[in-house]
Design a protein around this ligand. Sequence first.
Ligand SMILES: Nc1ncnc2c1ncn2[C@@H]1O[C@H](COP(=O)(O)OP(=O)(O)OP(=O)(O)O)[C@@H](O)[C@H]1O
Length: 267
Amino acid sequence: MSTIEVTNLSKSYGDVTALDDVSFTIPDGEFVVVLGQSGAGKSTLLRCLNGITRPTSGSITIDDANVVGPRNDVAMIFQQHYILGQMSAYSNALTGALGRTSFLGSLLGLYDGDDKKEALRALETVGLLDEANQRAGKMSGGQQQRVGIARALVQNPNLLLADEPVASLDPASAETVMRYIRDAADERDLTTIASLHQVNIAREFGERFLGMKDGQVVFDGYREDFNVDVIDRIYGDIETEAIREERADGPPANDAVATSGARSHEY
Ligand SMILES: Nc1ncnc2c1ncn2[C@@H]1O[C@H](COP(=O)(O)OP(=O)(O)OP(=O)(O)O)[C@@H](O)[C@H]1O
């Protein structure tokens, strides 16, 4: 778990401003969901937090240490899980320990005993202990993503980043995978920042929400304030038209977000 401080963060790619003066603080152990239309800057923000993209200006600190490049204590889950299909779920999870294993050791599969225990614990966390020896390439997309989560957990991170971790999954698998990410974060008191497209899933699993538009944070708040007007601010009128129509028919605003958001934002 870690405290994150982002101060006046900007990132430009030539003429394109991907991040525009973004500032926020995330206390230890919080589960934050980043939302926004395609191109809003979500991935750029996560990549800056991960140290793989250098900001144009501004700063990020994790527990008071400046982020100047990739760190072993920051793990990332991607939309494409980059699982090695020929290897077992267990061997894939173990690769999360590569950062603390010598090159020769990793080639020979000589991982530390504690790392092996950690890999089994992580597979248990994502409900795949019984499938530990199964070839990852034969698993479903959702299971492979859970192997990716296990690998991230074996890294023993203080900060977990997830860049649209369920975007390529069907709605049922997306729910399952998000449930495992949330449970893993809660179990380990792990500060987590996940970007999501689906508003209904965001609402179900998020604790705090950062809404982005054109590289800026246009909403920063908690569940009780995450209502239709906020969705409007983040996504614009067209996307929320269906939600508003449904609200006019009767359901309370927050319920309308929880249900209609799914139809508006699942793609
Ligand atoms: N490597 C890059 N080179 C040039 N422009 C980039 C690069 N990466 C991102 N951008 C631009 O920066 C802006 C923000 O992109 P980013 O990928 O962060 O948005 P996003 O909210 O994650 O979008 P999506 O949901 O589609 O992944 C976009 O206009 C995008 O085209």
